[in-house]
Design a protein around this ligand. Structure first.
Ligand code: AGV
Ligand code: CA
Length: 357
């Protein structure tokens, strides 16, 4: 069956895996059309992340995609060493054949959160008429059209809802829903979010925190609840429960090396090489392809073998700040418990007989 590529807003936060995720999203134009990119000043130095994103786009012939930096700020900031690591991608010779002067005009003055609103409520969007669309347009940057023309800002006459792939904190999405309400919600096909930790431990290691939160949730805990509070906005969460299965290993990078004649593979392998030594430095908590798994599931839904309907909430204060708390036991635990109960019954309730089962 031939279906059109889905429109995607890539809302990232400049981490190392966020760039591999960008490569992945650009690499499958038959499935995904990236209509805009917003960057949050979270797991990066945002000025560098902006340049790096533009350089990657330019290098791969996608210079028309609008890119804007959000003005929203942290509740709990990322550690500086992680934010600094974007420099190791920004300097890659493979993406640096353009000068600062060539880069400068590609920078939009529009705040990222407003670019997101504009892309959703674009002029041609039926749901986006009235005040909201006018406000979005007014908040915009007059230069926009110079850079992306009508290629994907939602004003190209089709009203297909847009998928948001969010690989950082949910602040931009929460902002847009808060400010533009149902008009914006109606234009969102789905939000795919890398974040949270449901039935596994978190990855925040900070004084005064109990370690139960995942960083994207911890950076802006209230944003999680705000987005989750929109029942009409379908949300697919890819939490640490899933991403723990995808550490960045030398084997992964060797595989990309064997297909390095393809530009995307060469670039992806090179970007991953910046974090591979984590397998030695922190064997129990290496770098993961967190965000990349999330985008991979958008491109290829059957990768996602287990998709659960989960009721949960996010903790916004105290030692568990940013923790995402599911309201039921994990489906695996529930299944195992049911099996154990059945086995115990089958064995006449004999003690110990269910362990082997
Ligand atoms: O918690 C995972 C999120 C992902 O969006 N980010 C990194 C990914 O881009 C935060 C993060 C957790 N641990 C990290 C992180 C680490 N060790 N280094 C950098 N970022
Ligand atoms: Ca990220």
């Amino acid at each position: 069956r031939i279906s059109r590529p889905r429109k995607v807003i890539f809302d990232h936060d400049g981490g190392i895996d966020d760039y591999v995720t960008l490569l992945l999203l650009l690499s499958a134009p038959d499935r995904v059309r990236v209509v805009g990119i917003t960057i949050l000043d979270a797991d990066c130095r945002v000025e560098l992340a902006w340049n790096t994103t533009l350089k990657l786009l330019h290098t791969l012939g996608h210079g028309h995609i609008p890119v804007a930096v959000s003005s929203l700020t942290a509740v709990n900031a990322f550690p500086d060493p992680w934010r600094n690591s974007v420099l190791s991608v920004d300097v890659l010779p493979l993406i640096n054949d353009l000068t600062q002067e060539e880069l400068a005009p590609l920078r939009l003055a529009t705040p990222g959160e407003e670019l997101m609103a504009q892309l959703l409520l674009g002029r041609g969007a039926p749901g986006g008429g009235g005040d909201a669309a006018a406000a979005a347009a007014a908040a915009g940057d007059n230069n926009n059209n110079n850079h992306h023309g009508n290629d994907g800002d939602g004003d190209d006459g089709d009203d297909e809802p847009i998928t948001i792939v969010a690989t950082g904190p949910l602040s931009n999405v929460a902002y847009v829903l808060r400010k533009y309400g149902a008009a914006a919600a109606a234009r969102i096909r789905e939000v795919w979010w890398m974040g949270g930790a449901m039935w596994v431990g978190g990855n925040v290691v900070e004084p005064g925190h109990d370690g139960s939160a995942e960083w994207n949730a911890y950076w802006d805990p209230p944003a999680v609840g705000e987005v989750w509070g929109w029942p009409s906005v379908p949300l697919v969460v890819v939490p640490l429960d899933a991403t723990n299965a995808v550490p960045v290993t030398p084997e992964l990078i060797y595989r990309l090396g064997r297909q390095a004649r393809y530009r995307y593979s060469a670039l992806a392998g090179t970007v991953w090489s910046r974090v591979v030594t984590w397998v030695y430095d922190r064997p129990n908590e290496p770098y993961y392809a967190w965000d990349t798994l999330t985008a991979a599931c958008v491109l290829q839904p059957d990768l996602c073998e287990k998709l659960y309907d989960v009721q949960s909430y996010a903790v916004v204060a105290g030692a568990s700040q940013g923790r995402t708390v599911p309201l039921a036991p994990s489906p695996e635990a529930a299944e195992a418990a049911a099996e154990a109960a059945a086995a115990a019954e089958g064995a006449g309730g004999a003690k110990g007989s269910c362990a082997a089962a």
